[in-house]
Design a protein around this ligand. Structure first.
Ligand SMILES: [Zn+2]
Length: 342
């Protein structure tokens, strides 16, 4: 609650983003021109704003949590909690919500009509295509149900009414047992993309290591749209990683690669997110992330740490210690737009 002011994602900014993205989809390049920056050839360049920095990073480390089930009604059948037909979803939500189906995605939202269309046929369609083309080969076996609440109050009310639960995060969550996600859209489209990565990764790589699943999901919280692709960028999680690197507290890569979900989340969770996210950014910047993802997904047997090390070494041609020292130098020097904020 104390985060409400900070989290509020200006409606004007959301609309500006959506307008820019539609321009990108239409291939007009107007968004890049409007920002006074050159596009890359004919490809427009649109910044995708995302999660604002919380006041207290450690208190809000998880941008989202993967839930096995909404806790209060876990005994209910999945179909009752997260309907898998458009008619079922409309009946569950009632008036005030718009529902649509696009491929294997069922989307419900209380956004106004114009914004709903942009969400469904602009932002979501673009992000799904961009992410699939890079990483994900196996689609979900059943529809993914997406609840997109337009603001913090309707997000909290909706979770209570539909699932009997309070928000586990101010941003959103993905309940993998029900292939369903819920987001507070007031925190920006980056939240939706974060949860979307989880929804797309689950059928493709169900037992992905947590550094990769949360690293990639949080990588795309802050990204730009360029040439039909999403490019992750540094975000508010970076200062915590830089501080930890300077103080010798950053987790060693080998430890991060072998981390079980409980260890990732138990202590220093926000630091683990920051490290995993910016390590994924480092891999992306070097052109290795897609190769590492596939190598991990199509792996041979071994301990998680060994599998991770082999995948990284195969994609990069670098021994892990060499990659680790390069990553640390790169991360310590990395800047993000918030560095310039007063
Ligand atoms: Zn996540």
């Amino acid at each position: 609650m104390r985060q409400a002011g900070k989290i509020g994602f200006a409606r004007a900014a959301r609309l500006a983003l959506a307008g820019g993205l539609v321009a990108a989809l239409a291939g007009s390049g107007r968004a890049a021109e409007a920002r006074g920056r050159p596009g890359h050839g004919a490809a427009p360049l649109v910044a995708m704003p995302t999660l604002p920095a919380p006041d207290d990073v450690s208190a809000y480390a998880p941008a989202s949590r993967l839930l096995a089930a909404p806790p209060a009604r876990a005994a209910l059948r999945p179909e009752a909690l997260a309907p898998k037909t458009l008619a079922g979803l409309s009946a569950q939500l009632g008036p005030g919500f718009r529902c649509a189906q696009r491929g294997e995605f069922l989307i419900a939202s209380d956004l106004p009509a114009g914004e709903f269309d942009i969400l469904v046929d602009g932002i979501l369609a673009y992000a799904v295509n961009a992410l699939r083309s890079l990483y994900f080969d196996r689609p979900p076996a059943e529809p993914v149900t997406m609840y997109v609440f337009r603001e913090t109050a309707t997000y909290a009310d909706g979770l209570e009414r539909l699932f009997g639960m309070a928000p586990v995060s101010p941003y959103g969550h993905y309940a993998h047992a029900f292939q369903c996600l819920a987001v507070n859209y007031d925190t920006g489209p980056g939240t939706l993309v974060h949860e979307l990565v989880h929804a797309l990764m689950l059928p493709d790589f169900p037992d992905a290591p947590i550094w990769l699943s949360e690293g990639m999901a949080s990588l795309y919280e802050q990204c730009r749209v360029e040439g039909g692709r999403l490019h992750g960028e540094a975000n508010w999680r970076l200062p915590e990683l830089r501080r930890a690197l300077a103080e010798g507290r950053a987790p060693a890569l080998g430890r991060l690669l072998g981390m079980a979900p409980a260890e990732f989340r138990e202590s220093d969770e926000s630091l683990h997110y920051a490290a995993a996210r910016h390590f994924c950014l480092y891999l992306q910047e070097n052109g290795w992330l897609a190769g590492v993802y596939r190598a991990l997904r199509d792996r041979e047997s071994g301990s998680p740490e060994d599998i991770g090390r082999r995948a990284l070494e195969r994609a990069s041609g670098l021994p892990l210690p060499e990659m680790e020292s390069r990553f640390r130098v790169w991360a310590a020097d990395l800047a993000w737009s918030g560095d310039a904020a007063p």
